[in-house]
Design a protein around this ligand. Structure first.
Ligand code: GLU
Length: 548
């Protein structure tokens, strides 16, 4: 077979040579040990937690080593593509603090190793496809779907491995004449790799996460170019990661089964093999067993979920870091305020089997993160969230920013800050009562007669002075308590409940329910101070009226 002639026949439009491409994309000038890596997502419109796990791993490895992180859009599967998906992807990753040094951006490409969208690289793949054909390492296959299906049936009936290999590789050694005839007839074809591997052979391979692997050679003549001339993932991976000078491939371990083929392809193309970082899946407990997080069943797989719930970016980031590196939490305890980027990240610390996603843990991490923020920070992030997801609440929060910030300052700072909020979506439940729009109607414990409650509230109103300090305020509440036949002595009450109408806690609860609509709230004196004289009085009066 004249391979040169075959190459010319299949790729008459390709005049560029691999050498020219090598020159156009020279090795990067980077310090020793600098990691060049990438994120290479397919724009399906769905950005998930797995993307973030991989993205952060890649980002840390690149930037920690003084290397480069780039974004390559793998849009070879036009059927799966959703309009606007690239923008969603870029924005979402940016939201989570993943900064790309080069690659696809909102307005075109940025960097010297592009184009960074695979569909724009068709010519480049064809240069290498032509080279492989001219060296007898790839050939056109004109098999129809029906022929392939029949082959599979035969293999299944014979209990053989299915696939296009060995004696089943029907177009491996056809003549130039046959190929010419098919082409002249306009028959569609794919380009296949001519595998020289054997499943009898095994070799050792080191993966940065999985450790030492024993790999069986690939003997399948996999497809390199589909019938529309667009490359398969495998071929694009080899060509792109070589020309973009990737040193480390960070990707999901669903690619492990095709790794033998990738290694073979790099060799055939004369490319240096990058290092591989194969990341295990994200799993969750489902009853007593673990399973992979699923797009269909688990809303928490989508990154949009965390944004909509209002988990601060810092919390999600922090949680993912604890998932990725088992020693991160200890480091964080020792360095509570340090920038996460000063932690020494290692791919070797990733769990080879993947990670168990734990929503409760994320919630805890998030409570801690929010507790670390000051009121002004919380104000900014909360209002940002509300503007997008609860505009009516945002309007309340922004009506008087000093008032809202003062509310958010309750229990903040100091040695033991309150750790109540895990998400911005929860904020309304905690602080909504500060705004008349979200104040619940008071519901008092029916154990006490309406007259008793009214009596307590009226007594309070008659002595209420907003300029009282906390101690004076509480002395007044205690005076009302004893005057009404309740007690401030909890022990005495426990010993003989029948001797009293109730305790100071009950009287406080009447006031709390009247003022906040809830039986639980931050410190009531502080709440009244923030609400101010007028609003506090109006609320207590309204509660009295509601009982009459
Ligand atoms: N487009 C591939 C995916 O989304 C990329 C895998 C890789 O990073 O090489 O799974």
């Amino acid at each position: 077979m004249d391979y040169q002639a075959l190459a010319a026949l299949l790729f008459p439009h390709i005049t560029q040579t691999p050498e020219q491409l090598e020159e156009r994309f020279p090795p990067r000038q980077l310090p020793e040990g600098a990691v060049v890596t990438r994120m290479a997502p397919s724009p399906t419109g769905f950005v998930h937690l797995g993307n973030l796990v991989q993205g952060l791993t890649a980002e840390r490895m690149a930037h920690q080593s003084g290397g480069v992180l780039f974004l390559r859009v793998e849009d070879t599967d036009a059927k799966r593509e959703v309009p606007g998906a690239v923008e969603v992807l870029i924005q979402t990753l940016k939201h989570y603090g993943i900064h790309f040094d080069e690659g696809a951006t909102m307005d075109g490409d940025n960097g010297d190793y592009g184009p960074y969208r695979q569909r724009q690289r068709a010519q480049i793949y064809h240069v290498y496809a032509k080279k492989l054909v001219s060296q007898g390492m790839a050939y056109p296959c004109f098999c129809t779907e029906e022929e392939l299906a029949a082959m599979r049936e035969r293999q299944e009936a014979n209990k053989e491995t299915t696939g296009y290999y060995g004696k089943y590789a029907m177009w491996r050694d056809r003549s130039l004449e046959e190929v010419r005839e098919k082409l002249a007839a306009g028959a569609p074809w794919v380009l296949r790799f001519r595998s020289t591997g054997s499943i009898e052979n095994q070799f050792k391979f080191d993966d940065l996460v999985k450790g030492k692997l024993t790999i069986t050679e690939n003997d399948v003549d996999h497809v390199l170019l589909k019938s529309d001339g667009i490359p398969t993932y495998h071929f694009a991976h080899a060509v792109d990661d070589h020309l973009m000078r990737t040193t480390h491939v960070v990707r999901g371990d669903e690619w492990l089964p095709t790794l033998p083929f990738h290694i073979q392809l790099f060799q055939a193309l004369g490319f240096k093999l990058p290092k591989y970082v194969h990341i295990g899946p994200l799993m969750k407990m489902d009853g007593a067993s673990k399973r992979k997080l699923s797009k269909r069943k688990d809303p928490e797989l989508a990154l949009t979920f965390y944004k909509a719930q209002g988990f601060p970016v810092a919390a999600v980031y922090e949680y993912v870091m604890t998932l990725l590196n088992s020693n991160y939490e200890d480091w964080r305890r020792a360095n509570p305020t340090a920038d996460a980027t000063t932690f020494k990240f290692s791919p070797k610390k990733l769990n080879p089997a993947g990670n168990l996603f734990d929503y409760a843990k994320l919630t805890d991490v998030s409570k801690n993160e929010i507790a670390k923020m000051d009121a002004a920070q919380v104000y900014t992030l909360l209002t940002q969230w509300a503007e997008e997801f609860d505009p009516a609440f945002a309007a309340c929060l922004e009506r008087d920013s000093a008032y809202t910030t003062a509310i958010l300052a309750i229990g903040r700072g100091g040695k033991k800050p309150r750790k109540d909020l895990a998400t911005w979506a929860e904020a309304k439940g905690y602080m909504g009562f500060f705004f008349d729009e979200y104040l619940d109607a008071p519901v008092f414990d029916e154990k006490f007669s309406k007259d008793t409650v009214i009596d307590a509230l009226e007594r309070f109103l008659s002595t209420f002075d907003i300029s009282d300090d906390a101690a004076t305020w509480f002395d007044k509440v205690k005076a009302i308590t004893t005057d009404m036949g309740f007690t401030t002595d909890m022990k005495a009450y426990k010993a003989d409940p029948a001797a009293y109408k109730g305790t100071v806690a009950d009287v406080s609860t009447f006031l709390r329910v009247a003022v906040t609509g809830k039986t639980n709230s931050p410190d009531l004196y502080t709440v009244m101070q923030l609400l101010g004289r007028q609003r506090t009085t109006a609320r207590i009066q309204a509660a009295i009226d509601s009982l009459k």
